[in-house]
Design a protein. Structure first.
Length: 341
């Protein structure tokens, strides 16, 4: 059992994240490989079906397939991502405190409460991203109505451009929509970032303390207060690492798109892209969940003296909380007083 808990600086949290990831690489990667593997299978199935319909010249069915597959992929990935993120948070909590952890034990511990975690993710996503989605939907809807229907309703391609340019109403509407979009983009972006930081500790709180969704959100707001800047720097660093690795592993897709503008890469390149995405998701997926769980414990140490509480538990002065115990832990059986006489 790890008893040397103390407040950590941002650099120490990053070092601890790297240390846990390096020493438990197979454990962390194995948990997130479930999510990455499901995405890989769904992506390859979509590529294969799309290529079959393209060979059969069923272009109308291809469009419906794209929309349907996107919706199904989103729903399934949301479900599996919720499982993987919760499992990573559970495992990080165990190994950070020096407790044994396994892939099977992690998933077994979170499956009974999976609905709660998914509901928590739904609530937070709705609160964080609704303004952003509405802004984009309004802009794209305006463009589709004026630029797509009125400006290009009679024709397509090159012949449609003069028709659109000769429609003053469409030009004015698109200029106004663009102005409103860029005017609101900055404040809505700030709102999205701040709300994400407020709710960033909700999943670790829900997993470790076995809270309900709304209670976990309130807990996150309380714990994250005063550390938004540090959490933002962690998210920024993880985002830069992910973007860099994606740019390296998907470089051939960018080259193909540059060489053949307006055309989709062939099924071979798309399949290779999916395979590279599997490794990217598997390797990088656990980093954010690991770092944010360490932040959760650090905030509890700073605000609640959790390090003292945990040392008392290690010394046997207080019974451990059931929420803190790994799946393999069992309370010692009470001794029979008569047996000691």
């Amino acid at each position: 059992m790890e008893t040397n808990l103390r407040p950590l600086t941002l650099g120490e949290i990053l070092d601890r994240t790297a240390q846990l990831y390096r020493t438990n690489f197979l454990l962390f990667a194995g948990i997130f490989a479930v999510y990455a593997g499901v995405l890989l299978v769904l992506g390859l199935l979509q590529i294969g079906l799309a290529e079959t319909l393209r060979v059969l010249h069923l272009t109308q069915q291809l469009q419906w397939l794209t929309w349907t597959a996107t919706g199904v992929t989103w729903l399934i990935s949301f479900l599996i991502a919720g499982m993987s993120i919760a499992a990573i948070s559970r495992v990080v909590a165990w190994v950070h405190l020096g407790e044994p952890a396994t892939i099977r034990g992690a998933y077994q511990s979170i499956l009974p409460q999976l609905g709660r975690y998914l509901w928590l993710m739904t609530i937070t996503a709705f609160r964080v991203w609704t303004p952003f989605v509405l802004l984009y939907a309004g802009f794209l809807g305006t463009f589709a109505f004026y630029g797509g229907f009125k400006g290009m309703g009679a024709s397509h391609g090159v012949a449609a451009q003069p028709a659109f340019a000769s429609n003053p109403q469409a030009v004015a509407a698109l200029l106004v929509a663009s102005g409103v979009f860029f005017l609101l983009l900055f404040p809505i972006g700030i709102y999205t970032i701040l709300m994400s930081l407020r709710y960033s500790l909700a999943i670790p709180a829900c997993v470790v303390e076995k809270m309900k969704a709304r209670a976990a959100i309130r807990r996150s707001i309380e714990l994250a207060k005063g550390s938004w800047g540090r959490i933002f720097l962690l998210a920024l660093l993880v985002g830069i690492i992910k973007l860099g690795l994606v740019a390296v592993t998907q470089f051939f897709i960018f080259v193909a798109a540059f060489k053949h503008p307006g055309q989709l890469p062939g099924p071979g390149l798309l399949s290779l892209s999916q395979i590279m995405g599997f490794f990217t998701n598997t390797f990088l997926g656990p980093i954010w969940a690991t770092g944010i769980t360490l932040f959760y414990y650090d905030q509890r140490v700073r605000k609640e003296g959790y390090d003292i509480e945990w040392m008392m538990q290690a010394a046997g002065l207080t019974p451990p909380s059931p929420a803190e115990l790994p799946a393999t832990y069992s309370q010692p059986a009470p001794q029979n007083p008569e047996a000691t006489i």
